[in-house]
Design a protein around this ligand. Sequence first.
Ligand code: MG
Ligand code: FE
Length: 176
Amino acid sequence: MQSAQTGHDVRTERLIEWLRDAHAMEAQAETMLTKQASRIQHYPELKARIEQHITETQNQARLIEDCLRRHDRSYSGLKDLGGKMMAMGQAMGGMMVNDEIVKGAQMGYVFENLEIASYKILIAAAEAVGDLETKEVCERILVEEIAMADWLRDHLAELTHAYLTRAAEPHVEAKR
Ligand code: MG
Ligand code: FE
């Protein structure tokens, strides 16, 4: 069925909506990760991995924008800015806790898995409408999200031990 408003097939319309959601998600990710990385003082390995993923995230947002523009030449990312504000609130909330480094890594792992699910859905939707360029872009992004999720999962125990060791030491800051 065609939409009267856009002339797009309803499946293409859904794909475009989900691409917009992904773009908002990446904007949110960039804000969250940047805040997180800037706060970290004593966990250089985690900080470096987050900084690597910030670069990947910025590139992902651009790739998704390109996908959106191929469907809608008037596309501007402006409508997707709501998530940035939300992310700022979440990042600020995280500063109140004395285990922010552990909570941050935990939330990071949850967020990467949200991204993994989103790109799995986008890949299937792009396939369904025959948008093979979007499918291929999302497959490439998915690899980066899986790598980040795996890295966090594989380092949660080590990070927790490092945090607890610092926390047990008098006059040593552990939280970040
Ligand atoms: Mg991402
Ligand atoms: Fe990610």
